[in-house]
Design a protein around this ligand. Structure first.
Ligand code: NZQ
Ligand code: ZN
Length: 390
């Protein structure tokens, strides 16, 4: 296991009726709050959450202003708009309410407010984040783990680019996670969120660091939790136990806990980000298509053991008379079958991607050199994966 520093600073209020903690949680960060309320395209208004938050702000006599309409696969333009609002109204706290897109956008606004030039600079190594407003979040879907991590992923539509930035300064100070708020998430988003969480777990499970027994067993448990509860949540959207388990996986899947002391792979994410920069595809959908194909592509005799633990410990497949390669392939086939059972597409042509874009997507994926750590991929490898996925 590699050396690591253990640091999990986000305070999580988990369960029903946790909004009662909102006022104190904000006051812990700022004495006289001047709040930017950031949200998406209307789901929080439909669910009634918006009215509850406004009511709390009014009762507490908090100043607030809003940034609404943040899109899925959020764009850098929303960050520019949000930072301008924060500067104009002397905002000292941001509350982001929504899925990963809203949370990521708010994270970058928190830093962009103090940055004099264009915030896209953070994404192309032209600037680092040195200061950020305190941020609190209310998570309304289980997918990205953005509520507990240092990451933000933004798109630049003009440049056909989607990139991530990482800084401890943009990590939320607190996260309110009430599974009831996720009842209204559509089947499609519930399924793609489940795939995204599984993909985060795979990206850490398929590691070039092999002596990470505890992290690997924890990762398997989280995978099994998603596999058990995602189909239940699809069938019964208001099943509290299913939604609560998925939301708790979301808190844990990408907050650092599972990757302390090891190096993850992340090639599937880099390929998917390049795809969705070109066609705005839902993140989990792209991952559902790419991941099983990546697994088959990178499987070798040398790394077969990791695929066998996937088949055995996660999918509970018996080896019987199967050779090791056949056993590994059975686990991969089960992964693909599960994504299809969730209703995910299995090819890029199914989701309307143009075949001519594949070489461009391959070159964008490896813009900074080879990707992946468990298995290194060059541009030709990525193109082969994309072509198989078509
Ligand atoms: O905009 P609203 O109206 O809120 O609707 C959203 C949106 O249309 C809706 N939704 C969210 N909560 C809902 C709900 N609808 C009904 N009821 C609710 N309770 O769902 C749609 C998708 O929302 P979005 O925030 O885009 O989904 P997700 O959480 O999957 O976030 C995806 C974004 O996060 C990035 C992805 O690349 C993508 O841009 N990622 C962020 C990561 C991170 N910060 O660590 C890591 C991930 O790998 C990922 O790259
Ligand atoms: Zn992801």
């Amino acid at each position: 296991m590699l050396n690591f520093k253990f640091d999990l600073p986000t305070q999580i209020f988990f369960g029903k009726d946790q909004l009662k903690n909102l006022v104190k949680a904000i006051q812990k960060e700022v004495v006289e709050p001047r709040i930017l309320l950031a949200y998406g395209q209307g789901s929080i208004k439909k669910s009634g959450l918006y009215d509850q938050i406004i009511n709390i702000f009014q009762q507490a006599d908090f100043f607030y202003t809003e940034l609404n309409g943040i899109e899925p696969n959020p764009k850098i333009e929303s960050v520019r708009e949000g930072a301008t609002i924060c500067q104009k109204h002397k905002i000292n706290f941001i509350l982001a309410v929504g899925g990963g897109s809203v949370l990521d956008c708010a994270k970058v606004i928190s830093a962009a407010t103090f940055y004099k030039a264009d915030p896209w600079d953070f994404f192309c190594q032209k600037a680092t984040i040195t200061q950020a407003l305190p941020l609190g979040v209310i998570t309304t879907m289980a997918a990205t783990s953005s509520e507990t991590n240092n990451n933000a992923v933004l798109s630049n539509a003009h440049q056909k680019d989607k990139r991530s930035v990482h800084s401890p300064l943009i990590r939320p100070k607190f996260a309110i996670c009430d599974p009831v708020y996720t009842y209204s998430v559509s089947k499609y988003q519930t399924a793609s969120g489940a795939v995204d969480m599984m993909s985060h777990l795979f990206e850490q499970y398929f590691s070039s660091t092999y002596d990470s027994y505890l992290q690997d067993r924890m990762t398997e448990s989280l995978l099994k939790t998603v596999i058990h509860f995602a189909p239940i949540a699809l069938k019964e959207p208001q099943n509290y136990e299913a939604r609560a388990n998925l939301l708790y996986v979301n808190n844990l899947a990408l907050n650092g806990l599972l990757s302390y002391g090891k190096i993850g792979d992340w090639a599937c994410h880099q390929i998917e980000h390049a795809i969705s920069a070109y066609n705005d595809m839902t993140h989990g959908v792209g991952l559902a298509i790419i991941t099983p194909i990546w697994m088959k592509y990178v499987l070798t005799d040398q790394n077969c053991a990791r695929f066998i633990t996937l088949a055995k410990n996660v999918w509970e497949i018996e080896q019987g008379s199967l050779t090791d390669q056949e056993y590994a392939l059975a686990g991969i086939a089960q992964t693909a079958a599960f994504f299809q059972k969730l209703g995910m597409p299995s090819s890029l042509s199914e989701v309307g991607l143009s075949k001519e874009l594949l070489p461009k997507i391959a070159s964008t994926s490896v813009l900074y050199g080879e990707i992946g750590n468990f298995y290194k991929l060059n541009q030709d490898d990525v193109l082969q994966i994309l072509t198989t996925a078509f």
